[in-house]
Design a protein around this ligand. Structure first.
Ligand code: FDP
Length: 350
């Protein structure tokens, strides 16, 4: 006979295994309303895209035509990898005939991609970076996908998608998929940040950490110090500070998703400031920095351009870039303090 406590343990384990993404969205919203159904279905589709990309990445070294460059450049003038193209198409494909998403905008496409058959119903737009950190793909280290969901405003009859040029405060959901030793999906619908891990035996993302809180301070600083010569003096002041104080350690993987993931769990700060060559930095607001800023704030952290919160920044074009300082609130504030001090000195000198 099963003892009462054993059956409770069993029930708990089963319940835990059944906490899939779509169920979690319903739990969070405590509703089966049309909006809740939409968000739940959206997350399930994003999860499917993640599983397809993870599957290809896991075998890429054995497949013909999965790795390497395509030979063309994207709208930002960057060389496109075959995996970028594949992952971009995966997201389009999973949202076709979904009735959910009317437009998709990604790093890999100059203009938004419209799915007219979805438009009468699905008034959502998916913003995404299909493969973030693609320089890591060919050497089999971590990469990610970043996504955000917003509601379409207006009819967009001229196809300019000008309503996308708004602040990240309007996002309904954001998250990323990390393709690492395990595949994880981290998301928020504005009710905390939650992590799911892909269980390959089930082919499902199962809840692994709920209501993640970023430490207020952490030891890690994460920046490409090869750009030191190109940074503003204020950023160099910060880097000199961490070099001269105990308690800091550097980590930089070359993939924003992986570097942010570490900071989300362990605290610290990731920086990609402006450089001489790229004064606005490298990272794109709509589908890289704003989605991660949304997660950072939901986890009790912060994200800043150096002069304003990332979530308050309004892009002037689809592929606009912003400097990024993201992570634990005390560490972000420390970087900002060096920026403020240099600008105070510059004003005083005039
Ligand atoms: P990548 O160009 O390889 O896709 O998204 C841009 C990004 O990677 C980030 O993931 C990463 O943090 C950064 O660029 C790396 O840039 P650097 O090589 O200039 O450090």
């Amino acid at each position: 006979m099963v003892e009462a406590h054993e059956s409770l343990d069993y029930e708990y384990a089963l319940d835990h295994d059944c906490t899939t993404l779509s169920r979690h969205v319903f739990q969070q919203l405590q509703s089966f309303s049309a909006d809740a159904q939409d968000l739940s279905a959206l997350m399930s589709r994003i999860a499917l895209a993640g599983k397809l990309i993870a599957r290809r990445l896991s075998r890429a070294g054995l497949m013909e035509g999965a790795l390497g460059f395509t030979g063309s450049e994207n709208v930002q003038g960057e060389s496109v990898k075959k995996m970028d193209v594949y992952a971009n198409e995966v997201f389009i494909s999973v949202f076709k005939q979904s009735g959910l998403v009317c437009r998709l905008a990604s790093e890999e496409m100059e203009k938004p991609y419209y799915i007219p058959e979805n438009c009468p119903l699905g008034r959502y737009t998916l913003l995404y970076d299909p493969i973030d950190g693609s320089s890591n793909v060919d050497i089999n280290i971590n990469v990610g996908s970043i996504f955000a969901v917003c509601q379409q405003e207006g009819e967009d009859l001229d196809g300019t998608a000008s309503d996308l040029l708004q602040s990240g405060r309007k996002l309904l959901a954001a998250g990323y998929i990390l393709y690492g030793p395990s595949t994880m999906l981290i998301y928020s619908i504005g009710k905390g940040v939650h992590a799911f891990t892909l269980d390959p035996s089930l082919g499902e993302f199962i809840l692994s950490s709920e209501n993640i809180r970023m430490p207020d301070h952490g030891p890690i600083y994460s920046a490409n110090e090869g750009n030191f010569w190109q940074w503003d003096e204020s950023i160099r002041d910060y880097i000199r500070y961490v070099h001269r104080h105990e308690g800091y350690t550097a980590r930089y993987s070359g993939a924003l998703v992986g570097d942010f993931h570490r900071i989300l769990f362990q605290g610290g700060v990731f920086l990609y400031p402006g450089t001489v060559k790229k004064p606005e930095g490298k990272l794109r607001l709509l589908y890289e920095t704003a989605p991660l800023a949304f997660l950072a704030e939901q986890a009790g952290g912060r994200a800043s351009t150096g002069t304003q919160d990332i979530l308050d920044a309004v892009p002037d074009k689809l592929h606009a870039r912003t400097p990024l300082i993201i992570g634990s609130k005390e560490d972000v504030a420390l970087v900002e303090s060096f920026i403020h001090e240099r600008s105070r000195q510059a004003i005083a000198a005039h």
